[in-house]
Design a protein around this ligand. Structure first.
Ligand code: DHK
Length: 150
């Protein structure tokens, strides 16, 4: 809960997602991270939720954000970028805070290189959304709100 008691969701983005819109648009589309933020705020707002939105290229910053989310948000919509495939530390952070995490990938990672097929995050995620483009973030927000209402 935030100070004003409006329930909150953290939308967290990992490395290189600041380049959305210009980065390999044939894979990640033309929408920018600002567009993603607006979509998330709109989806959350219709259900009375606020969004905290953070992107970092640094693993430790993402870990700190997950720790800080404990007790402050209903859950996390998380695109860990390439850390998905490498980071035991991010998986441990998620396990440590016991918050529902919706893992989102813009692209269908299973249609891509083999090294993208394994996720350290999936075993600790509540739900996984892949290949839905930036609409995956909206679906992630909606899924978190659905879980919070249970
Ligand atoms: C984003 C990345 O930056 C990649 O490293 C992942 C993910 C896929 C996405 O589809 O959003 O492999």
């Amino acid at each position: 809960m935030s100070e004003n008691n409006t329930p909150r969701i953290l939308v967290l983005n990992g490395p290189n997602l600041n380049l959305l819109g210009t980065r390999e648009p044939e894979i990640y589309g033309h929408e920018t991270l600002n567009d993603v933020e607006e979509l998330c705020r709109a989806a959350a707002g219709t259900a009375g939720y606020e969004v905290e939105f953070l992107q970092s290229n640094h693993e430790g910053v993402l870990i700190d954000a997950i720790h800080a989310a404990r007790g402050a948000v209903a859950g996390i919509v998380f695109n860990p970028g390439a850390f998905t495939h490498t980071s035991v530390a991010l998986a441990d952070a998620i396990s440590g805070v016991q918050l529902p995490v919706i893992e989102v990938h813009i692209s269908n990672v299973h249609r891509r290189e083999a090294f993208r097929h394994h996720s350290y995050i999936s075993p600790v995620a509540a739900s996984i959304i892949v290949g839905a483009g930036v609409n995956g973030y909206v679906l992630g927000v909606q899924q978190l709100i659905h879980l919070a209402g249970k």
